[in-house]
Design a protein around this ligand. Structure first.
Ligand SMILES: NC(=O)C1=CN([C@@H]2O[C@H](COP(=O)(O)OP(=O)(O)OC[C@H]3O[C@@H](n4cnc5c(N)ncnc54)[C@H](O)[C@@H]3O)[C@@H](O)[C@H]2O)C=CC1
Length: 399
């Protein structure tokens, strides 16, 4: 496989991104109309998912000499079973991708270029189909909603009963889909490891204009079924005997809650500092539980950070920053962060400034477009030219 040819032809395509994406999908759906079914029905969602597929494909090809790519593709294939992707779809996508790239490159597209892309795409397809075939897990988990607790207008905690045990590590998240919003998957965090009866709690914060989060928080009732993808995420407890700082904002509390539960079960030898941030005191929805733990457990100290009455929600972050600055021992701490992406970014930066070891600051990258105040997805060309990280969901991290 000739990586240089791939990269030089990719550079030409980059300048004609929007045209290439349109050509790719027109070609794909013209030759394989049934593939439309795999994409969300609503035009906005469909466009978003399509941008993501194309951006991911081209990006993968551009990274084919990266040693981490193959294991990643393996796991990606395993995870893609939830989209009902079948082996024959890979060939269809590969053919349309080459047709679109050839159209974009014009005279610069030579038989050697075509061969290089065909080989590259085969590497991707082989790794993904092998990953899918090798998995012992189900392609997804059907889960019945057995309880739905609402906290105010915007927060829901749904207790789910998956049809089979979920291979979950505290701190991870799952992607979720509902028949109410077909073909749309979004990651949400679980607030606990599966209980003996297999149930788990899904914590959801409703986003204005967010179709799935609104359906989950406002409409979904006990008795309904949701579909869950494989758990993913790297921000799981390291258990290296170092003191721990847990920092959670909003429903970022969920993974921290799961980690705390694990610490309660197997108490640490070191101190644990917990910082819980919310846009308003009314959003500290698990406060009774946290207060009870703080009363009972000598190793746990808790700080709540909310804005002054009537203050802007972000004032809670400022107050957190002040509180963190007044605490010491940062070089020794393992720090776990969870919450809205800008919050996590800001606090990760701060704790590093305060002396925390960058290698001991753990958090997951947040998904693009999800979360309060986050911009909605960019247009075709922007996505292509500056693609976001493919997904919050990194199935590689779940074992
Ligand atoms: N593993 C993770 O990192 C997880 C992340 N999340 C994300 O957490 C978010 C939770 O949403 P909500 O509960 O509605 O939170 P929220 O919008 O109520 O925010 C909670 C607090 O976060 C801080 N914050 C929010 N936006 C900020 C910004 N731009 N800059 C600085 N600080 C900011 C503020 O102090 C605010 O009071 C979602 O975006 C979700 O995707 C949720 C679960 C796990």
């Amino acid at each position: 496989m000739d990586v240089e040819i791939l990269k030089s032809s990719f550079a030409v395509v980059e300048r004609r991104a929007e045209h290439t994406v349109k050509f790719f999908y027109a070609h794909l759906f013209w030759h394989h109309p049934a593939l439309r079914e795999l994409f969300p029905a609503s035009p906005g969602e469909a466009e978003r998912q399509r941008d993501r597929l194309f951006a991911a494909l081209t990006r993968i090809v551009a990274r084919l000499d990266d040693e981490h790519l193959l294991p990643y593709l393996h796991d990606l294939g395993r995870d893609h079973r939830k989209y009902l992707v079948a082996p024959e779809h890979y060939a269809a996508v590969g053919t349309s991708l080459r047709a679109a790239l050839a159209a974009a490159c014009g005279d610069a597209w030579t038989p050697a270029t075509d061969k290089a892309w065909a080989e590259a795409f085969q590497v991707i397809a082989d790794a993904m189909t092998a990953g899918a075939a090798a998995s012992q897990d189900p392609p997804w988990w059907d889960a019945e909603v057995v309880r739905h607790l609402r906290y105010g207008d915007d927060i829901g905690v749904l207790t789910l009963l998956p049809h089979a045990p979920l291979p979950y590590l505290p701190g991870q998240y799952v992607s979720v889909s509902s028949e109410r919003v077909p073909q749309v998957w979004r990651p949400y965090s679980l607030g606990n490891a599966p209980r003996p009866d297999r149930t788990v709690d899904l914590h959801v914060s409703r986003i204005d204009g967010g179709r799935l989060s609104t359906a989950l928080v406002r409409e979904t009732a006990p008795g309904e079924r949701l579909r869950l993808g494989a758990p993913g995420g790297r921000a799981v407890l390291r258990r290296d005997g170092r003191p721990i700082s847990l920092v959670a904002a909003g429903t970022g509390w969920a993974p921290v809650r799961a980690m705390l539960e694990e610490l309660v079960e197997r108490p640490p030898d070191t101190a644990v500092r917990l910082f819980v941030v919310a846009r308003d005191a009314a959003y500290l929805y698990d406060r009774p539980l946290i207060d009870d733990l703080a009363d009972r457990l000598g190793w746990l100290s808790v700080s709540y950070l909310t804005p002054a009455p009537g203050g802007h929600p972000h004032q809670a972050t400022e107050r957190l920053a002040t509180a963190l600055s007044h605490r010491g021992l940062w070089p020794d701490q393992d720090v776990y962060l969870s919450g809205p992406a800008p919050f996590v970014e800001e606090i990760a930066h701060l704790v590093r400034e305060l002396g925390a070891d960058p290698a001991r600051v753990f958090h997951d990258a947040a998904p693009v477009g999800a979360g309060a105040g986050r911009p909605r997805p960019l247009g075709f060309a922007e996505w292509f030219l500056d693609p976001p990280d493919p997904h919050w969901h990194d199935p590689a991290a779940r074992r």
